[in-house]
Design a protein around this ligand. Structure first.
Ligand code: HEM
Ligand code: HEM
Length: 161
């Protein structure tokens, strides 16, 4: 598939909406251990008793699955100029982010909706890893924009940039 000239409007919207929801899920995790415990005790199922954290995380899950389909369908623009090693690191960094964006909500959902208590701990661990990798990713993007001035951030803001 030939690479598109830029990220599409839809890809850009999904990138920022999902990033926002992930951060919101992160800040609403308080008391989730207890909430899960109570849910398993009471035998509640489905969406009943969903906390804000669960709703936000579930929205991430659905949107990420859509995003992956869109990514396969539309591809991504060629990497900005730079050393080959940096381009490979960016590629694998992005793949890792996609993997974590799927694994984190999938593990959370396994604990919450399927009652698999053992998924809770790996959910927390991968969520921490996701936040660390995403923070590094954001810092690199800002560095590109402000220090290298190569328009990396602009192309995730303006379609066609
Ligand atoms: C990307 C989205 C998500 C992020 C960043 C995230 C983050 C976190 C974090 C940091 C914790 C640890 C809380 C603590 O120690 O008090 C946690 C716990 C939990 N989350 Fe999420 N979460 C996400 C999505 C979800 C989803 C989709 C669900 C369920 C449908 C979910 C269900 C839970 C549950 C049940 C716990 C408690 C686990 C336990 O204590 O064993 N999360 N989450
Ligand atoms: C939880 C937060 C975030 C996640 C999970 C995330 C994830 C991703 C992923 C997976 C890509 C690759 C897109 C693709 O090739 O399909 C990407 C691209 C990008 N992200 Fe993020 N991102 C987050 C936050 C941010 C923030 C805060 C910034 C800016 C400060 C940012 C700037 C960018 C830029 C500029 C690109 C395009 C890079 C390029 O064209 O090579 N991201 N992001």
């Amino acid at each position: 598939m030939t690479a598109p000239a830029s990220y599409s409007r839809l890809q850009i919207a999904l990138h920022w909406l999902i990033a926002l929801l992930i951060v919101a899920a992160w800040f609403t995790d308080d008391g989730m251990g207890r909430a899960l415990h109570n849910r398993l005790e009471s035998g509640a199922t489905g969406f009943s008793g969903n906390t804000l954290h669960v709703w936000l995380g579930s929205a991430v899950f659905v949107l990420v699955l859509i995003r992956v389909l869109v990514r396969f369908g539309q591809g991504a623009p060629v990497p900005v100029d730079g050393p080959r090693l940096a381009q490979r690191l960016a590629l694998w960094g992005h793949r890792l982010l996609y993997l974590l964006m799927i694994a984190v909500p999938a593990l959370g959902a396994s604990a919450w909706y399927l009652g698999i208590e053992a998924a809770g701990e790996p959910h927390e661990l991968t969520a921490n890893l996701l936040m660390i990798v995403a923070l590094g990713h954001a810092l690199v993007a800002i560095w590109h924009q402000l220090v290298r001035r190569d328009g990396t951030l602009t192309r995730m803001i303006r379609p066609g940039a």
